[in-house]
Design a binder for this molecule. Structure first.
Ligand SMILES: [Zn+2]
Length: 226
């Protein structure tokens, strides 16, 4: 790993944590973001138990995919091994986010997938936002549940049962976007359901929306952003 790359990722990951606060996805010290260090078996991740206002680039830690500290002044997030499991199993993933964001976690508490009833959801998630299995913190069960569930869906977000949200992306910023959009969709569909039965989008239309958004939408030749 190059020091310059790690320093850049420390800055990116630290800055992205402010987005979790801005979008009200986290309470106290819960929630975490990591980024794969390209070409290595390492990641940059939030330290454990440090307040959001103290999450500077130097407070971020580097650890391996077992969640063991490699470089840094703090212990890694208690979810570090889970992030590492995802990086090990999914080579295309460059960023992982975990939150207990309110509406999405309420769906997870009911073990209920969020049905695809919004065009923005079809765009971003390509269908329902699925539920993953219940798993206790500490073992590999959470990581395995995330990977098994996401491997069967186009969604970059999974609602882990009775727990919260894990999202993936090609980089950390994309994973944060998925976390923000997941909570937005969870809130809107919750409100829709409170007053009636939301109308499903035809699967062929979901496919068309997803295809357009993933491949055509946005600025032409936009450079990848962290
Ligand atoms: Zn959690």
């Amino acid at each position: 790993m190059t020091e310059a790359t790690v320093q850049q990722l420390r800055e990116t990951v630290a800055a992205l944590h402010t987005e979790l606060v801005r979008y009200r996805l986290v309470a106290w010290t819960s929630g975490n973001i990591s980024a794969r260090v390209p070409g290595t078996s390492l990641m940059v991740i939030k330290p454990s138990g440090v307040g959001y206002s103290e999450l500077t680039p130097t407070a971020m830690v580097v650890c391996d995919f077992d969640g063991e500290l490699v470089e840094g002044d703090f212990a890694p997030s208690s979810d570090a091994a889970t992030h590492g499991y995802v990086y090990r199993a999914m080579a295309h993933v460059g960023g992982v986010v975990h939150t207990h964001s309110t509406y999405a976690t309420a769906w997870s508490a009911r073990a209920e997938p969020i049905p695809c009833v919004l065009t923005a959801q079809a765009d971003e998630f390509g269908g329902e936002i699925p539920v993953g299995p219940f798993a206790l913190i500490g073992g590999e069960a959470i990581g395995k549940g995330i990977v098994d569930t996401l491997s069967q869906h186009r969604s970059p977000a999974v609602l882990m049962r009775n727990h919260g949200v894990f999202t993936i992306g090609r980089d950390a910023r994309a994973a944060v976007k998925a976390a923000v959009m997941c909570e937005d969709v969870a809130r809107t569909v919750h409100l829709a359901r409170a007053l009636g039965e939301p109308v499903a989008i035809d699967p062929s239309d979901v496919d068309a929306l997803y295809e357009r958004y993933q491949n055509v939408y946005g600025q032409p030749a936009a450079p990848p952003r962290q």
